[in-house]
Write a protein that binds this ligand. Structure first.
Ligand SMILES: [Zn+2]
Length: 376
């Protein structure tokens, strides 16, 4: 049984500091400081959350727009999907209070808890709720007139509305039109490619800049590590649930969003560097551990770095006992998405044929999803 003194933990936690870490820096100072609401269901454009002293002397927060509020425990619960006990223990360790585990024999003398060494704050290891908030706002903007250009870009790439919506792809107009805390990409406009957890909550995203002068030097941007660690892999949601079968492993989000149009499940590797010589074993273990599949189809870019990375990842997946095949775009076709734009039916045929050779279970009904093209 964990022995944590709730009142002592709350007395030691600086709620303002915790709020700034989770919600981004406040607008205003002192008593008039306001933070963006931490409630993931409340996209708070103008900061509506403030702090006050509760009846029992505990610092509390309240959102004046949606009514959510409470202590530091409630703040962690609403933003990190922890239960009350877990949130209290996280705060205790953050405050340097060991949650002492009661292993004493009955009647033994009480030993005061030793303070724990300072560790990285638990909140920093969790994805910031600011990410889910920005993804929700930008996913809505994509379908408004402001998102016309971004939507055109996606449709020209052959991505269907169903796949774009299922994966909550969005349009970021930039910080002037859409404020955000420090640490999130701010050179927009650009397209937001979110990484979703299994419940559909955004835990990370990549921003692809639409301005060619920015994209020339920096094609993609992402939240700083303090707001969310790079998850390395992003599982793409198919508009119709694919049956368990071969998993298509792509280089980057646009290619993986392309691959799900075949009806096969797809995952994006967020940066080919994760399949580098030193990191490929860990990536293969992560892939096999978090996305177990009957087989893996590696569909990286056709350039030399992509080809080398594909062979390396295939070798390490095989060492994990997995069945692996590589699907490469035809000559002069840089990647899966370019192939899809040129010959959608040919890409689908190649993926399905390779999956059948590997003996996977296919969801042929999902083949109907995709831009109009010659029937496979
Ligand atoms: Zn609120």
């Amino acid at each position: 049984m964990a022995l944590v003194d709730r009142a002592e933990v709350l007395a030691r936690i600086d709620l303002g500091e915790l709020a700034s870490e989770i919600c981004g820096p406040p607008v205003g100072r002192g008593r008039s400081a306001r933070w963006h609401c931490p409630n993931p269901d409340h996209p708070d454009q103008h900061p509506s959350m403030s702090l006050y002293n509760g009846k029992h002397g505990q610092r509390r927060w309240k959102c004046h727009a949606c009514g959510e509020g409470g202590t530091a425990v409630d703040l962690l619960m609403i933003t990190s999907r922890l239960d009350a006990g877990q949130a209290l223990r996280e705060l205790a360790s953050r405050a340097g209070l060991h949650p002492a585990y009661d292993t004493r024999p009955v009647g033994a003398k009480t030993v005061p808890a030793r303070p724990a060494p300072a560790t990285r704050s638990p909140a920093a290891r969790l994805p910031s709720p600011a990410i889910e908030r920005l993804v929700a706002q930008t996913a809505e903007l994509l379908w408004q007139p402001a998102g016309d250009g971004a939507r055109g870009h996606l449709l020209r790439r052959g991505l269907t509305e169903q796949v774009v919506r299922a994966n909550r792809v969005g349009f970021d107009p930039g910080p002037r039109r859409l404020p955000r805390p420090r640490g999130l990409p701010y050179h927009g406009p650009g397209i937001v490619y979110p990484v979703l957890d299994r419940t559909g909550v955004a835990i990370y995203y990549q921003l692809r800049y639409l301005d060619p002068s920015i994209a020339a030097t920096r094609k993609y941007d992402q939240p700083v590590a303090e707001l969310a660690p790079n998850p390395k892999l992003a599982l793409i949601r198919a508009p119709t649930a694919p049956r368990p079968g071969p998993l298509v492993v792509c280089e980057g989000m646009p290619d993986a969003l392309t691959a799900v149009h075949s009806g096969l499940p797809a995952v994006a590797v967020l940066g080919v560097a994760h399949a580098g010589a030193d990191s490929a074993p860990a990536l293969a273990a992560l892939l096999a551990g978090t996305h177990p599949a009957s087989a893996y189809l590696i569909a990286f870019d056709a350039d030399p770095p992509g080809t080398t990375a594909a062979h390396r990842l295939a070798a390490h997946l095989a060492l994990q006992g997995a069945t692996v095949a590589r699907v490469a775009p035809p000559p002069d076709t840089p990647d899966i998405n370019a192939w899809w734009q040129a010959e959608p039916a040919a890409l689908t045929r190649q993926l399905i044929a390779t999956a059948q050779i590997l003996g996977g279970d296919l969801n042929r009904a999902a083949l109907a999803v995709g831009p109009p093209g010659p029937a496979p």
